[in-house]
Design a protein around this ligand. Structure first.
Ligand SMILES: [Zn+2]
Length: 298
C-alpha cells in the first residue's frame, strides 16, 4: 500500500483507532493489574464498572470465578486477589475479565508475566518415622488432605477480606515459605507456608475476616483452623494447642482463633501459617510488608 492509498483509507482506519467518546467511555469497565508476578506470590487486581454488571467472570491460569462488584461512590468495583504458585511455569499469561453489562458482554484482557523467584534449600537429618510414616498414618493423611482440598476449593463471590492484613502472631520467621527441605538426603515438597515463632499458649489472630471452614486434628499439621476469606482466599493455622473458634463461625480480622502449640508432627511450638489464593499456595509475608498491597477500604 502506498502512502496515497493509506491516506485515502484513513477515515476508515480512524473509526477503529480514535479514543472512544464520552458516552462510550462512561460505559467502559476497567481492569488494573500488575505487569508481573513472582512464583509463590499473590497479586491484586482492581475491577471497576460505571454501571451495575449482571455478572463478572475472572479467568486466570485455567480457572474462572465470579466476584461480586460492590456499589461505590462512582459506579461499582472490587479488588480481587490472584496468585501464581511454585509450580506455575514462568511466562506471559492472560488475565481475562468479562463484564456482563446491560448492553452486552465486555471482555478485557491484561497480560501478566509470571517470573521465577529464588527460594532457599535446607538439609536436615530427622527420625525415620517422619520421613516414612506408617501406612495407617498415610491413609489418615490422605483423607485429611481431601478434606483440606475441599476447603481450598471454596469460591464465594463475596469478599470478606480487607487490607491491612493481620499478622497472626508477632513472632519472627523461623522457616521461610518456599524452603525446599532435604530430609536424610531425600528432597521433599517445598514449604508451602511460613513458620512463625510463638510461645506455646500465646494467641493466634485471624489474618482477615472470614468464615471458619475447618477445625480439625490432622496427622502432620496437628490442630488446624482454616478460614475462608471469600473469593478463593483461605488462610490456615497449624500445630495449635487450643481452638478458640468452631466451624461455620464468622470471625473478624485480628480476632483470636486459638493458641500456639506443637501438635502434629513437629519438634517445638510455632505457628505454621499458610495462605491459599484461588488454590495457589503463596508466601504470606509480602502481604504484611505492604508493597503491592492496595488499600481496599478507600
Ligand atoms: Zn511450616
Amino acid at each position: 500500500m502506498n502512502r496515497r492509498n493509506f491516506l485515502a483509507l484513513a477515515p476508515g482506519v480512524a473509526a477503529w483507532c480514535v479514543a472512544p467518546g464520552a458516552a462510550y467511555a462512561a460505559a467502559s469497565p476497567a481492569v488494573d493489574a500488575v505487569d508481573s508476578v513472582g512464583i509463590g506470590c499473590a497479586f491484586f487486581v482492581r475491577l471497576a464498572s460505571p454501571v451495575e454488571a449482571k455478572a463478572v467472570r475472572v479467568s486466570w491460569l485455567g480457572e474462572t470465578f465470579s466476584p461480586v462488584l460492590r456499589p461505590e461512590a462512582a459506579g461499582y468495583g472490587t479488588w480481587v486477589a490472584l496468585a501464581a504458585d511454585l509450580t506455575t511455569k514462568p511466562g506471559r499469561k492472560a488475565l481475562d475479565v468479562a463484564f456482563e453489562l446491560p448492553g452486552g458482554t465486555r471482555a478485557v484482557r491484561r497480560d501478566v508475566t509470571v517470573v521465577t523467584r529464588k527460594y532457599p534449600e535446607q538439609h536436615l537429618t530427622v527420625a525415620k518415622k517422619m520421613v516414612h510414616p506408617a501406612p495407617k498414618a498415610l491413609e489418615r493423611h490422605k483423607l485429611e488432605r481431601e478434606a483440606v482440598q475441599r476447603v481450598l476449593a471454596r469460591r464465594s463471590g463475596e469478599r470478606f477480606w480487607e487490607t491491612p492484613f493481620v499478622r497472626p502472631v508477632p513472632g519472627g520467621v523461623s522457616s521461610d515459605f518456599g524452603l525446599r527441605r532435604v530430609f536424610n538426603g531425600e528432597p521433599r515438597a517445598p514449604h508451602r507456608g511460613v513458620d512463625l515463632r510463638g510461645a506455646a499458649g500465646s494467641a493466634i489472630n485471624a489474618f482477615a475476616a472470614g468464615e471458619v471452614a475447618l477445625v480439625a486434628d490432622h496427622y502432620f499439621s496437628g490442630n488446624v483452623v482454616y478460614i475462608d476469606h471469600g473469593q478463593g482466599m483461605i488462610s490456615m493455622y497449624c500445630h495449635m494447642s487450643a481452638f478458640g473458634v468452631r466451624e461455620g463461625q464468622f470471625v473478624s480480622a485480628g480476632q483470636e482463633i486459638g493458641k500456639v502449640g506443637s501438635t502434629g508432627r513437629v519438634t517445638g511450638p510455632h505457628l505454621h501459617f499458610g495462605l491459599s489464593v484461588m488454590g495457589h499456595m503463596v508466601d504470606p509475608m509480602p502481604l504484611f510488608e505492604g508493597a503491592g498491597v492496595p488499600n481496599t477500604q478507600g
